[in-house]
Design a protein around this ligand. Sequence first.
Ligand SMILES: Cc1ncc(COP(=O)(O)O)c(C=O)c1O
Length: 347
Amino acid sequence: MADPRIIDLRSDTVTLPSDAMRRAIAEAPVGDDVFGEDPSVLRLEAMAAERTGKEAAVFVASGTMSNLVAIMSHCDRGDEAIAGSEAHILHYEVAGAAAVAGVQLRAATNDARGRFDIDEVAALVRGQNVHFPRTALLCLENTQNRCGGAVIPVEHVEDLAALAHAHGVRVHIDGARIFNAAVAAGMPVADLAASADSIGFCLSKGLGAPVGSVLCGPAAFIARARKMRKMLGGGMRQAGIIAAAGVYALDHMVDRLADDHDNAQALARGLAELPMIDLDPASVETNIVIFRVRGDWLDFARGLKESGVLASVYGERTLRMVTHYGIGRADVDEALARVRHAAAALA
Ligand SMILES: Cc1ncc(COP(=O)(O)O)c(C=O)c1O
């Protein structure tokens, strides 16, 4: 192989902090955050609340913790929460809603673009009956990871929130990649999240920070969330060391997500040219490219890995590639050259 570089397209979680972000970490003013005395955490939480248009925010360790704390803060034990059939909460969070929060998840079908059928969601909201759990929460995901990073349009979020609120059901957005959605939609996060009660977003994905997510919502909800975070062992002390990376990320890493989206588009167009790949580049709206492989897909996946192009296997015949801060256009071109080579080796 002429160019042995690893091109890691498994996820935007593999991003490494830049030198400038590392300097921000090194210089962060810190204090004991459980006492509410860490200036960097307080700054990050204020920025997050402002960006999402919510009253308050709490810094948590991960996107998974953000979702679990949100579920624990919105629901009582024995309640039910509706989540998309493709939701991260349903597939990849170790059933924390059930195991830790005591909340039953009920799936509403996500279509290929991550959207819901409003009538189906309406039918899933429980009525009054002694046998039923209370439907307490509707969880949305924007962008929708398993639906190829699809942006959920603000009108759809508003329609779902109106339905939920009419039944006394709260709405949480898993906004792990909400800044990707905002950049792609050309709309502030606060607008995308306005009709939801709470939203969490990740700093450690496309925004390039090493750790952390922020959960945002009304002040009383965040006060409860702070207790739930503590209960889960998530009360961190001089957490400004990591929050400073988040402050830097919100200041410097949001607008550049457009480059990741352009690179994902270039990647998708190149992949779609190959007969063994089933992909419509128009379906790629942000930084996630999910495609199906015709023919000998396991050998194809093995060939890719051996060539130093890392992708995630997303299911039978299905691979995912994600562009991020560590991937430039030259990496996309090189990855495509290696993909063509792997495909030709099988032909
Ligand atoms: C949509 C979505 N929500 C939540 C998470 C969980 O984030 P974390 O890995 O920080 O727990 C992820 C992670 O990939 C995600 O894609």
